[in-house]
Design a protein around this ligand. Sequence first.
Ligand code: ATP
Length: 155
Amino acid sequence: EWLQVERFNVVAVLRELAGVLGTTFQREIRVHAPNPNVHMLGDKDKIRQLVQILIDNALKYSKEPVDVRVRLDRNLVKLEVTDYGMGIAESEIPFLFERFYRVDEARHRSTGGSGLGLSIAKKIVDVHGGHVEVFSKIGVGTTIVIQFPRNLHLT
Ligand code: ATP
């Protein structure tokens, strides 16, 4: 797989993306970044695509504002996308990142989607040597937590 690796400010990428998606979908996407400069080494376009997949889902499966958080923790870049929507049952979480997997097809017929988004997201995390975790509660909401080494460890 080809990666276009560069050093970039993740906060700037997230703020721009949140602005575009917020305007496009007329929804509130709040970016929380205590430090406005969080640089990392990686494929900027792929990281943007990854966060777009997470925000798209957060918007699709909730009606409330979405919170995006980014911070540096030692040498890890931590990204979180939180929604206050329908949530995901604990039993479904292990399958979310499989291709074409969708929770309860009937329930989601109106939202559309292929079930590919999160499998692509996971590949992007993996190729950056990162790690992803899902915290969710039915009827309360979902937080997806991603961490990357700020200096790329190629896999
Ligand atoms: P697309 O490929 O267009 O993103 P999708 O949303 O169905 O379609 P994934 O992004 O892979 O596919 O997500 C898989 C499934 O996980 C979804 O169908 C949905 O059931 C569930 N899911 C993902 N994100 C959330 C979320 N934030 N809240 C509730 N359910 C979610």
